[in-house]
Structures are given as structure tokens and as C-alpha cells.
Design a binder for this molecule. Structure first.
Ligand code: ZN
Length: 340
């Protein structure tokens, strides 16, 4: 461990600077950046803009830029002369692209430009470089991006494979949209593919038994494995077999990971290994990591409430969209009738 540590220049000084870093969320630092450096997982992920410390502000700026660009493209309102070229470009896009593709393109450009200027985004890239990590960026959807921090070329090959697979699945899913599935999987259809989920699990260093349990859930009636995991922790509304209570949270070794059971030996071993490596680097890092483990387990305990809330919000949104569509159809029909 000492060799890896020294190779990455991870000493007391680096630890102090890491602990004082305000541009990166604490758990992203330990789990997504340091664990790959310490050789405990092949890669760590970061979801943008959601996991940036200033996610709200980045999302707001992206939204403003997007609205400005939609207005420029449609020629509504006045605009300063310096935006003339943008106006020409966006108007051209609007003419040649289908409406949904046009809006996605503007949304993606707006996110890219906002991120480029965001100090928190830069902080991630600067730290990755300082720690000797490679960075792999991929667009998750028009207004979201995923970053992977990794060390080896074989992980890069797996990431390329996963990206290609995701594109294939999305193209296929657009052709055969199944609206009976839970809404999340209309946006992220790859989440239903055992091949994709398995590959991602390998990239992120999840134990095989936990990946298998996750895939089993998705193949069965449990769309959200977090609900099964919450049940195993004794949370009400469970979908799984309760196992004896475990008093340590080591199996929850990184956020967004769902262990096959609260005492999974493989995941617990990873958590213990990570805790002792960070503890050895600096006791303050060790304590911060343990605190993060408790929060990871807490997130699983709260999952049933959060998922129910999210599903309700999406249903409401879809209901409103359907109502609006119906209203537009009615108005169009009325207008038709009024014609002489
Ligand atoms: Zn497991």
C-alpha cells in the first residue's frame, strides 16, 4: 500500500489540502478519486451537475443559457450584436434538426459551456491530474454528464465498451418504447440491460455477488434494488429477506452501491480495506470515510421514501403533459371547426 501511496504523492500535506478542498464534495473525494488511486476499485464515478457542491447554481446557469439560446434560435426579442454569430448558428440548427434533437443539442451545449466556467468542475479535473488519474467523460443525457476517474488501460477499454453498448441500447429502445416500464427506464433504458449493468459494476469495482443480486432484482419484479436493500435493513415496505442486523456499515463501501446483503463478505472486505488505507494515509481521512459509510447506508434506508416521492413527481409531470396535449388537441379541433 505504501508504494501506491508514495507513487501518488499521498502524504500528510496532500491529505490536508484534500480535506480543505471546497470544490469537491467530501464523499466524491474519498470514494471516486482516492479509492481508484489506492487500487481498491478500478474507477470512481461522478454525476454532473448533480454531485457538484454547487449543483444548484450550475443547473440554474445552464437553464438560463439554454433559454437564451432557444430565444436566439427562434429570433424572439432583441439581442446584443456580440451574439449575432450565435443567432445565425442556432437558427441554422433549428431549421435543419428535428425539434427534440435541436433542444437536446442546445441543452448539451449550454451544460458544456457552464461546466467549462465552473470552478468546482475544474477542481475535479485538477485533482484527478494531481493524483495521476485518467478522466473519461460521457454524456448521460442532454443536461447530464458522467465522469469516470480510473488508472488502467483495461478500464478505459471497458468504459469504451459500456459507452458503445449504451448507445446501441438507446437506439433500440427509441424504436420500441415500452411505456409499461417504470419511467426511469424510459430515460435510462441501459439500466435494464444485464450486460450493461454487469459491465458498469465491474468498472466501479462492485463484487460479483452484489452485481448478480442487482441483476436478479431487475429481472424480477423489483425495479429498484434499493427497495430490496432497504428491506434487508429492516425498513418497512421491504421486498427481501431480512438478515441479522449488522452493526457496522462496511458493506456500503461507496455511495449509490447496493450490496447483496448488509453483511456481504466481499463488500465488507472492500469497505474495511478502504477504511484502513485511508486511515493509514491520514487518520482524519479515515474518520471522514467512516462517516461517509454511515451516510451511504442511511441513503439506502431512506430510498423507499425518496423513490415514492420521485415516482409521484414524475407521474404528476406526465399527467400534466398528457392534459396539456389533450387541451392542445381540443383547441386545434375547435380552430378547425371555426374555419369557413
Ligand atoms: Zn455481495
Amino acid at each position: 500500500m505504501r508504494a501506491t501511496k508514495e507513487a501518488a504523492g499521498l502524504g500528510f500535506e496532500t491529505a490536508t489540502r484534500l480535506l480543505n478542498e471546497s470544490g469537491i464534495a467530501a464523499r466524491v473525494l474519498w470514494e471516486s478519486l482516492l479509492l481508484p488511486v489506492l487500487g481498491i476499485r478500478p474507477a470512481g464515478a461522478l454525476h454532473l451537475p448533480g454531485e457538484l457542491p454547487d449543483a444548484g447554481e450550475v443547473a440554474r446557469s445552464t437553464g438560463q443559457l439554454f433559454t437564451e439560446r432557444v430565444n436566439l434560435g427562434s429570433g424572439h426579442g432583441t439581442f446584443p450584436a456580440r451574439l449575432f454569430l450565435d443567432k445565425v448558428l442556432f437558427s441554422a440548427y433549428r431549421l435543419v434538426l428535428p425539434p427534440a434533437v435541436y433542444r437536446s443539442k442546445l441543452a448539451e451545449m449550454s451544460l458544456n459551456d457552464t461546466l467549462r466556467d465552473a470552478p468546482s468542475y475544474r477542481a475535479h479535473l485538477d485533482w484527478a491530474k494531481a493524483l495521476g488519474l485518467h478522466v473519461y467523460q460521457v454524456s448521460a443525457r442532454a443536461n447530464a454528464r458522467e465522469i469516470f476517474f480510473y488508472t488502467s488501460h483495461s478500464t478505459k477499454r471497458d468504459l469504451d465498451k459500456a459507452t458503445a453498448l449504451r448507445h446501441r441500447i438507446r437506439r433500440r429502445s427509441l424504436r420500441q418504447l415500452d411505456t409499461t416500464k417504470v419511467r426511469t427506464f424510459m430515460v435510462y433504458p441501459e439500466e435494464m440491460s444485464p450486460e450493461y449493468v454487469g459491465l458498469m459494476g465491474k468498472i466501479l469495482g462492485y463484487p460479483d455477488c452484489c452485481i448478480a443480486a442487482y441483476i436478479r432484482d431487475r429481472r424480477g419484479d423489483i425495479f429498484y434494488p434499493e427497495l430490496r436493500a432497504a428491506g434487508q435493513l429492516g425498513v418497512k415496505g421491504d421486498g427481501g429477506q431480512p438478515t441479522p442486523t449488522v452493526d457496522h456499515p462496511y458493506a456500503y463501501f461507496v455511495r449509490n452501491f447496493v450490496p447483496c446483503r448488509p453483511d456481504c463478505p466481499e463488500a465488507t472486505a472492500l469497505g474495511r480495506k478502504a477504511a484502513s488505507a485511508l486511515q493509514e494515509m491520514d487518520p482524519r481521512l479515515g474518520r471522514a470515510y467512516l462517516d461517509g459509510l454511515l451516510r451511504n447506508r442511511g441513503a439506502i434506508e431512506r430510498a423507499p421514501t425518496l423513490i415514492a416521492r420521485r415516482e409521484k413527481a414524475i407521474a404528476l409531470h406526465l399527467g400534466r403533459a398528457a392534459e396539456q396535449e389533450q387541451a392542445e388537441k381540443t383547441t386545434a379541433a375547435d380552430t378547425e371547426e371555426e374555419k369557413p
